[in-house]
Design a protein. Structure first.
Length: 145
């Protein structure tokens, strides 16, 4: 018996985000990627998931700069998962508080570089979780030349 934690519907969130930003970002191009993390099996052990422009994005022109980033996550289970959104590695990051984030923290950075969602189950020390947690993530990057 536990409280089921599910942080929103990814499909609905993505659609609403696209509608909300479409007029403000009409001149920008974008790429998006959705995937599920590997298992979060332990407290205080990071699971890093890479998000990069896929084949649908086509070639991102050289010199393209990020103008806006949206990321969302959802999971089920009792674990308290914290997530950070990072650009081009895991040192330049912003926290994802709640189910999603809209950020300009990466504005002006190279749009062809990957972003990462870094997930961690909170705890006082490294120990196994009762059951693995899989985090569904979505990242959308708007950019301009």
């Amino acid at each position: 018996m536990g409280i089921r934690k599910q942080l929103g519907s990814m499909g609905l969130t993505t659609i609403l985000m696209a509608i909300a930003c479409s007029s403000a970002l009409a001149g920008d191009r974008s790429w998006t990627w959705d995937q599920v993390s590997g298992a979060v099996n332990y407290q205080n052990v990071e699971v890093v998931v890479r998000y990069a422009p896929g084949p649908r994005a086509g070639v991102i022109p050289p010199g393209s700069k990020i103008t806006h980033v949206y990321a969302a996550r959802s999971y089920a289970g009792n674990a308290m998962i914290t997530t950070s959104l990072c650009w081009n590695g895991i040192s330049r990051c912003v926290p994802v508080n709640g189910a999603s984030i809209n950020t300009h923290a990466f504005d002006g950075l190279d749009a062809s570089q990957p972003l990462y969602l870094v997930h961690r189950a909170n705890g006082d020390k490294v120990r196994p979780l009762p059951a693995p947690v899989f985090v569904k993530g979505s990242v959308a990057v708007w950019y301009a030349q």
